[in-house]
Ligand binder design. Structure first.
Ligand SMILES: *[C@@H]1O[C@H](CO)[C@@H](O)[C@H](O)[C@H]1NC(C)=O
Ligand SMILES: *[C@@H]1O[C@H](CO)[C@@H](O)[C@H](O)[C@H]1NC(C)=O
Ligand SMILES: *[C@@H]1O[C@H](CO)[C@@H](O)[C@H](O)[C@H]1NC(C)=O
Length: 177
């Protein structure tokens, strides 16, 4: 049995460590971070590795995973904005910003559905446009709060997460397209 076990071990070693997705995740994230200085390599690796089976994914699957992750994040953020808007005695300026963000994040959900469909159909240009609009949404939401002095955005982390995830998705789309 020994030789068989050994070769079995090497088989696994080869497939799960040499050409497998964990290496691909590291390589992909390295390329993403090189192309976009605002993208964090560590964030990219952590986010993709947190997805079950991402370790076995090829680049095309990683693209699907990153679009799905963005959609989950956008949906959760939209929900969070809704909760924030329910608070009483909101500063009128903050309330206005939150309303804008709510609209931006609401529109981002169908955009990501469109992106996923286009991506699956290998229409990378359409996927690019749809995902780019989500990057813009996160940026526009965050910028709104900075238009008045002394206001701290309650959405900085959410916007940054959405920005990072959609930038990863866009980067992968552009590698394939
Ligand atoms: C990176 O972030 C800076 C500051 O937020 C911004 O001015 C710049 O356009 C961003 N670059 C890219 C490639 O997104
Ligand atoms: C958004 O994604 C990031 C990275 O995967 C994660 O840490 C964060 O918890 C997510 N946020 C929400 C609201 O799901
Ligand atoms: C966005 O998140 C990344 C990764 O967590 C971090 O490196 C970066 O400093 C954050 N940027 C802002 C503006 O918070």
């Amino acid at each position: 049995m020994r030789p068989l076990c050994t070769s079995f071990f090497f088989f696994f070693f080869f497939f799960f460590h040499a050409i497998n997705g964990h290496n691909l995740i590291h390589e992909t994230c390295k390329m993403c971070a090189q192309k976009d200085p605002n993208l964090s390599y560590n964030f990219c690796v952590t986010s993709l590795q947190a997805v079950p089976k991402s370790g076995c994914a090829n680049l095309r699957h990683l693209g699907t995973i990153s679009i799905r992750l963005t959609k989950q994040n956008v949906t959760a953020t939209r929900h969070r904005i809704k909760k924030l808007l329910e608070k009483k005695n909101l500063d009128p300026f903050v309330k206005g910003c939150l309303n804008d963000c709510f609209e931006l994040y609401s529109d981002a959900i169908p955009s990501l559905k469109k992106a996923l469909k286009a991506y699956k159909g290998r229409r990378y240009q359409d996927a690019n446009i749809a995902v780019s609009s989500v990057i813009d949404a996160a940026t526009t939401c965050e910028d709104g709060f900075s238009e008045q002095d002394g206001i701290v955005s309650p959405l900085t982390k959410s916007n940054n997460d959405t920005f990072q995830l959609s930038a990863i998705a866009l980067s992968i789309i552009n590698m394939l397209g």
